[in-house]
Design a protein around this ligand. Structure first.
Ligand code: FES
Ligand code: FES
Length: 204
């Protein structure tokens, strides 16, 4: 992700500086680097791009900047928006934005929308409906596994994916599976109970 020229492609900058341009000449290197960057237009992405995202089984066209995250595209660029995944930290530390990419949980704040094309994107909305929730969604309701609910879509998504891999987990395994999701309200015991109840329910 490009924030400034300073951040962009440090490898090439180092290379230019390393081929005999040093000290005050570094400014020249900067100039050369900028020129090289300007000539690099073919093949680079700039301006808005149109992409098609496969969200919860539907092809959704959206126009985004290349730097737009999948989370941002879902929440702010799709019409109607997909707001299950939540924006909290935006730096990949809390798990509130968790979605499934080809059935694997990812932090959607760390995935570019353009990189999610051609992949199956599943958000908490795609796991079940209010009329027909999946086992995990039902277990969260039955076990009162939320307080403010802001972390809940992330937990539900993570646990739903995990139970497909391990349908009969121990408490320790559930805790381990959820280690990338934080709950600021501290609802962990209920969340883990819900996960274990969902596992039992899906085996019944
Ligand atoms: S908002 Fe993505 S990990 Fe926190
Ligand atoms: S229920 Fe409030 S952050 Fe988890």
């Amino acid at each position: 992700m490009t924030k400034s020229g300073e951040d962009h492609n440090p490898g090439r900058r180092k290379f230019l500086k390393g081929v005999g341009i040093a000290g005050a000449g570094a400014a020249i290197a900067d100039h050369l680097w900028t020129e090289a960057e300007a000539q690099e237009k073919p093949g680079t992405l700039s301006g808005d791009v149109r992409v098609t995202l496969n969200v919860n089984g539907k092809a959704r066209d959206v126009q985004v900047e290349p730097r737009t995250t999948l989370l941002n595209a879902l929440r702010n660029h799709l019409e109607p928006a997909v707001t299950g995944p939540k924006l909290v930290c935006d730096v990949g530390t809390c798990g509130a934005c968790t979605v499934l990419l080809d059935d694997k949980p990812v932090y959607s704040c760390l995935v570019l929308a353009v990189d999610a094309t051609g992949k199956k994107i599943t958000t908490v909305e795609g796991l079940g409906t209010p009329e027909k929730p999946n086992e995990v969604q039902s277990a969260f309701v039955e076990n009162d596994a939320l307080m403010c609910g802001f972390c809940t879509p992330g937990f539900v998504t993570t646990i739903s994916a995990y139970l497909k891999k391990n349908p009969n987990p121990s408490l320790a395994e559930v805790r381990e599976a959820c280690k990338g999701n934080f709950c600021r309200c501290g609802t962990y015991p209920r969340v883990f109970e819900a996960a274990l109840a969902a596992a039992k329910g899906s085996q019944a």
